[in-house]
Design a protein around this ligand. Structure first.
Ligand code: SR1
Ligand code: MG
Length: 389
């Protein structure tokens, strides 16, 4: 059957036809998609529930004037499957994928909550930093040149060429926030800083460096969008979803996205005077990086590539991952404040606190991006956070 955007009845028919639900089952179905791009259906019967996610041929948050290739649904399913193979504990299970309808069947995670919601609610999510670090260390190592057969790596790079969604990131992270553009959504109190950024040559030069690495550094298979709305968590569980932005890019992009999102939450809570929670976020952020660095470094020691097994080279590689991480975290802070896609950590604040929290995000973002030109130390982050005391 040719592609057709589902309504609830079509989603139920799809689940039955693919054998996930008996033909006679009484199914309750709700469209629950609250992201920027896709349709997401929650289906349940008296004894079973599942998720169907279908790509639309355009960006849902903008409409048909922003066409997008349906291919992203294949990429998403295959990135989740690839990461699931090597980091199963932390990745949503893909149960099925249909190339005609660009629809994927996933396990239902509605017993968990979106991490962003929990961070906004000041919940101290147990082992958050450790789980995210383990997920990224295992999946990002497994698809790197250290581990993969050279020919298999090139085949995978080509399988995960993702032009439409990479272009979104290229524009929304690295270009739009630093120019006047109709896609930007700038809170009035942040406009003066936005205008100043457009003339800030040192900042623009380093953003260009980071964009160039994003464009041409196929180190590993990235998730591509590990923000706090792509992570579900609950007691003893953390699961990553939404990998449609996946492609082969620099390790530090995913690691930096996590740090950028923890810092966005920090800007919220610090502004609200929730100092205990802000301190918890800072310590999770540090333990996230430390755990990632140590796990990833241990994995590198098992390099299958003899030349890349050199210990001194590996130390340099990890140091460069941190430089990139710091820079991409800075880009995430700025693009979530000035660009198209905002985060509730900031937008749900009242006008005054929002202005103050956005100023922190912008200032922190700029400092991190500028710092990433030189060799970085993770201690830079606590040092910068202290300047807001
Ligand atoms: C048009 S898509 C906007 C943003 O939503 C996604 O989750 C990505 O973060 C993207 O940049
Ligand atoms: Mg998403």
């Amino acid at each position: 059957m040719p592609y057709q955007a589902f309504d609830s009845a079509a989603a139920i028919a799809f689940a039955k036809q693919r054998g996930f639900l008996p033909a006679e089952a009484d199914v309750h179905c709700r469209e629950i998609g609250d992201g920027n791009l896709n349709l997401v259906f929650h289906l349940s019967t008296s004894d079973k529930s599942l998720i169907i996610k279908q790509a639309l041929p355009y960006a849902r948050c903008v409409g048909e004037s922003w066409p997008l290739s349906l291919e992203r649904a294949r990429i998403e399913a295959q990135v989740l499957q690839a990461h699931g193979k090597v980091a199963a504990d932390w990745v949503v299970k893909v149960l099925d994928f249909d190339l005609e309808q660009y629809a994927m069947v996933e396990e239902d995670l509605s017993h968990l909550q979106l991490l962003r919601k929990r961070l906004i609610n000041s919940e101290k999510v147990a082992a958050m930093g450790q789980n995210l670090a383990d997920y990224l260390a295992q999946s990002l190592y497994a698809y790197s040149d250290f581990e993969l057969d050279p020919k298999a790596k090139k085949a995978l790079v080509s399988q995960f060429i993702n032009p439409d969604l990479c272009l979104i990131t290229e524009d929304l992270f690295f270009t739009d926030p630093y120019r006047e553009h109709e896609r930007n959504d700038i809170f009035p109190a942040s406009l003066a800083t936005a205008i100043a950024f457009r003339e800030d040559d040192a900042l623009l030069a380093q953003v260009a460096e980071l964009k160039a690495r994003f464009l041409s550094c196929p180190q590993t298979l990235l998730h591509g969008d590990v923000h706090a709305g792509s992570v579900f968590s609950g007691p003893g569980e953390l699961k990553v979803i939404d990998a449609e932005f996946g492609f082969f890019g620099p390790v530090g992009f995913d690691v930096g996205s996590v740090i950028g999102n923890l810092l966005l939450a920090w800007c919220r809570h610090h502004t609200l005077g929730n100092s205990d929670y802000a301190a918890w976020l800072e310590s999770e952020l540090l333990s996230f990086w430390q755990r990632f660095e140590s796990r990833f470094s241990v994995l590198l020691q098992g390099s299958k590539d003899v030349a890349l097994a050199n210990a001194r080279y590996q130390q340099r590689f990890v140091a460069k991952v941190l430089d990139d991480t710091i820079g991409y975290a800075g880009c995430e802070l700025i693009r979530r404040t000035l660009g198209l896609a905002h985060v509730a950590d900031l937008t749900s604040l009242e006008e005054g606190p929002r202005a103050a929290a956005e100023q922190k995000a912008l200032s922190l973002g700029r400092s991190l991006i500028l710092a990433s030109e030189q060799r970085c130390d993770i201690a830079l982050i606590p040092t910068l956070l202290k300047t807001f005391a």
